[in-house]
Design a protein around this ligand. Structure first.
Ligand code: SF4
Length: 252
């Protein structure tokens, strides 16, 4: 593939075979990976919420590759839009393209959480909400892997992902990201306060280029689901894609 193949229209990913990372869910419950072990009752609640959440979520994403017009230490110019991101030049190095994406699991899970709150079934409501948060984080990782694979196929190294409201990037620039990659293709809307609905949605931006910085980025490969990637820098331990109906980390 040639880099020109990346300059295109928004691409919608549906039917994503998502495997929710249990560590992500438990992190939202306050458990630290490798340090805290949830007791049996929490584990049972987690399994029940994961099973119910799996029926409610509809993981999907829209991804759009765009060329970078001009880079600067604290900004990227993309399709006539200037993204002000302090430190981006040092973090990503020289990037020629970006991939912008909006990811969501839909709104059925959050509506069920609201109903559980109404019914005062609080432990399940809180755990199901954590399942939704963990799921959309896992989905963003899944999309990041797909973007990395697509960039590599075009001869480009792909950086880690960032989002408005995290790291140094002002949340107000969520509007600019939506201008580059409209979320309505997957049913995600943005209000005046830069709040997305459905709430279990994440935006991301990754940079790419022949000389992009990826030297600080090995953890991405460690849980990437691209099994046959020729560029893998670390063996995969746990992934966010289902394989033959088996959920990584146990269960099916
Ligand atoms: S294995 Fe590593 S290099 Fe290959 S697509 Fe996944 S994250 Fe990218």
């Amino acid at each position: 593939m040639n880099p020109a193949a990346l300059d295109g229209e928004p691409q919608v990913l549906t039917d994503v075979p998502l495997a929710v990372d249990p560590d992500e869910v438990l992190r939202f419950q306050g458990y630290k990976k490798g340090l805290d072990v949830p007791p049996a009752d929490v584990r049972a609640l987690f399994e029940a919420a994961l099973a119910e959440g799996g029926l409610l979520m509809e993981p999907r994403a829209v991804v759009r590759w765009l060329p970078v017009g001009r880079g600067a230490p604290d900004a990227l110019e993309v399709a006539g839009t200037r993204l002000a991101i302090p430190g981006i030049g040092a973090a990503w190095g020289d990037v020629t393209h970006v991939a912008a994406a909006v990811c969501t699991i839909g709104d059925a899970l959050e509506r069920r959480v609201a109903a559980l709150w109404e019914a005062r079934e609080l432990p399940l409501a809180v755990m199901l909400d954590s399942v939704g948060s963990g799921a959309v984080e896992s989905l963003a990782e899944y999309v990041n892997d797909a973007v990395c694979h697509g960039g590599l196929a075009a001869g480009l190294r792909v950086t880690n992902r960032i989002s408005p409201g995290y790291w140094t990037w002002d949340v107000a620039e969520q509007r600019l990201l939506f201008r580059l990659c409209p979320g309505d293709a997957v049913g995600v809307m943005l209000n005046d306060a830069c709040f997305m609905t459905p709430t279990k949605s994440i935006t991301l931006l990754a940079g790419a280029g022949p000389a992009a910085r990826v030297d600080h980025y090995f953890s991405q490969c460690a849980r990437c689901w691209m099994r046959d990637c020729a560029y893998r820098r670390a063996p995969a331990s746990r992934t966010v894609a289902r394989v033959d109906g088996v959920r990584p980390g146990g269960g099916s």
